[in-house]
Structure formats: C-alpha cells, structure tokens
Design a binder for this molecule. Structure first.
Ligand SMILES: Nc1ncnc2c1ncn2[C@@H]1O[C@H](COP(=O)(O)OP(=O)(O)OP(=O)(O)O)[C@@H](O)[C@H]1O
Length: 313
C-alpha cells in the first residue's frame, strides 16, 4: 500500500495538567476526505496544530508525505493548505490582495500567481467582491475568502478546521461543494467539525474524537457496524402495560424498550425483520397503535454508545 499522507502515532499534547491529546493515532491516505469529528474541546484543533508543527507536543511521532514533520519542513508545508477556524485575513487588504498575499508566500512567479488568485476567487464565488475589504463582507463571504487564502496555491493536502461555523446555508453548501471539488481535483482533505451531518455528507472516512482520544475510525457504515444499536423503532401508542413492555423486551434482537409520552421506543441489535415481529405482537394483543417509524443509527448514536454522551452538547 502507498505511504500514508499523514501518519500520527501515539500523539500526546498537554497544556499543563490538561491532556488535550491523549495517545492519538491516525493514518490518512491519499485522496481521502477524512472527517475529524468530536465535540467542542475534544482536541481537534490541537491535533491539527501538532500535525502542522505549529505546536510542540509531549510524545508521539508525526509524518506528513512520508517525512517527519518539523517546524522547518518547508518542502512539505508548501504542499499544505490550511483554513483555520478563526478567520485570518488582513483588514487593510481587499479580497484580491488578501488572496494574492497568501498565495505569494508559496508562488513567486507573478503571472502564475495572478492566474491562481483569479482561479481561487472564481472557485469560492467572490468574483463580484474582488475590491471589497473584509469588513464589508458578510460572515459567509468572509469564510469563503478565508478558504480562498488557504487553497489558492493549489495544495495537495488541505486542513479545514470547522469552516462552516456560523455560516448561512447558501455559503455553507457552497463551501461543502467546494471541498468535494478540491478533492475531485486531487487534494487530500482533513475536515474537522462537530456537525455530524456535514461529516457524513462529504467525508470518505471519519475519526471520532473525544477527550483527546481517537475512539474509532472508519467509513460511516463501518462505524455504525461497531455499535450494538442497529435499528430504532418508534411507535405511537396510547397505552401499554408493563407486562407487554416486558414481553416486547423478550423478542429476538430487542435489547431495550422505553415508553414515554405515548411513544414506544424499541432498540434492536440487528437490523432485519424486527418491525414485523413487534407489530405481530401488538396485533395479537389487540393493542391499537398510530404512526410507526424505523430509523437506522446515526453518527450521534455511534458517539452516544461510545462515550455515553450526545455529540451536540
Ligand atoms: N492554549 C491553550 N492553553 C490551555 N488549554 C488549551 C489551549 N488550547 C486548547 N486548550 C484546551 O485543550 C482542550 C482541547 O482544545 P481544542 O481547541 O483542541 O479542542 P477542539 O476539539 O478543537 O474544540 P473546538 O471544537 O471548540 O475548537 C480543551 O479543553 C481546551 O480548553
């Protein structure tokens, strides 16, 4: 197999007593969109900053493009694009000049740079705003400028740290589409977020992070296979006895039944034929019911089962 683009082994980063990254392991292969998913404070940004050699760390090894990453790894850094969580542009420069400045850190040839800057402007949809100063841009447009600054030099590896926080839906979709397009053009992407829908939508693989640890890595389907919960059945029912609830719990694959606000929630450990068995039971007992829903687990269920808490706090 080819060398991973990023290889992190046993990374530990402490801020005094706080262990922000705790024996973290991760491999990212060329062409992936790797989603680093975790709640606020789980250590995503710290991990990224360690990988980029912007932060020193206490233990572990980090390789990028097959070489140990160090603060002066300029050859590797040239091939990396970073879009930080906090918008980092110059207020005194307009849209064009901001992108030109960041692109100019890597691309010295003026003609090529002009082409790259124009392409980046086009790519993020800021053609009508070239002369605008950052203070005149809406939150969503500012984020797009931030992205253009990070990707104008056509990096092979791109880190995007929560690029859609506080962004309107139109800009958000544009950003997500843009990330997919960058990936189609050949870039490997590391995308950190605490929005599971976004991660599920665009990432080829996901690493679930909590309290500095990588709890599990896999495709969405692989992660869902790792947990016990495979199907969640909800049934609206006016009344049901404790005896019937106990009997439902005895059905094959059922491992938990709760009844609250006239809603029966049944958790099943296998995703096949559960609904038929449950409805059969209710019908033989002459229990009338209303709407019935069957859902597959979400990434939030994966997170909940692995950590005991919701992803959205
Ligand atoms: N410079 C710092 N000094 C001390 N503690 C820090 C520092 N930076 C981060 N931390 C702490 O380290 C932990 C991990 O923070 P980090 O910002 O890496 O998490 P995150 O998952 O990126 O969160 P968010 O989604 O809010 O950005 C948190 O408890 C945070 O308070």
């Amino acid at each position: 197999m080819s060398t991973p683009v990023i290889k992190v082994e046993n990374l530990v980063k402490r801020y005094k007593e706080l262990i922000a990254v705790d024996h973290f392991n991760l491999e990212i292969r060329e062409g992936e969109i790797l989603g680093l998913l975790g709640p606020n404070g789980s250590g995503k940004t710290t991990t990224i900053n360690c990988i980029l050699s912007l932060l020193s760390y206490d233990k572990g090894t980090i390789e990028v493009f097959g070489k140990e990453m160090q603060p002066d790894s300029y050859d590797s850094k040239r091939k990396i694009g970073v879009v930080m969580q906090n918008v980092a542009v110059f207020d005194a420069l307009n849209v064009y000049d901001n992108i030109d400045y960041f692109c100019g850190l890597y691309i010295k040839d003026k003609q090529l740079r002009r082409q790259y800057v124009e392409e980046a402007i086009e790519f993020v949809g800021l053609s009508d705003y070239k002369k605008f100063y950052p203070k005149k841009l809406s939150g969503g447009l500012l984020r797009r400028l931030n992205i253009a600054c990070g990707i104008a030099h056509k990096p092979k590896l791109i880190f995007l740290d929560e690029p859609t926080v506080a962004v309107d839906p139109q800009s958000r979709n544009r950003i997500l589409e843009g990330i997919l397009e960058l990936n189609r053009q050949g870039a490997t992407i590391v995308y950190t977020s605490h929005y599971m829908e976004e991660v599920e939508q665009i990432c080829t693989r996901i690493a679930i992070m909590d309290k500095g640890k990588n709890l599990a890595t896999g495709t969405t389907d692989e992660l869902k296979q790792m947990i016990k919960k495979k199907e969640i059945i909800s049934i609206e029912i006016l009344d049901i006895s404790d005896e019937d609830i106990l009997a439902l719990k005895e059905l094959k694959n059922v491992y938990d039944v709760t009844y609250e606000n006239h809603k029966l929630t049944i958790l099943c450990s296998n995703g096949k034929h559960n609904l038929i068995h449950i409805l059969d039971y209710l019908q033989t007992k002459n229990l009338s019911f209303g709407r019935v829903y069957s859902e597959l687990p979400t990434l939030n269920d994966v997170f909940l089962e692995m950590t005991g808490k919701e992803l959205r706090d």
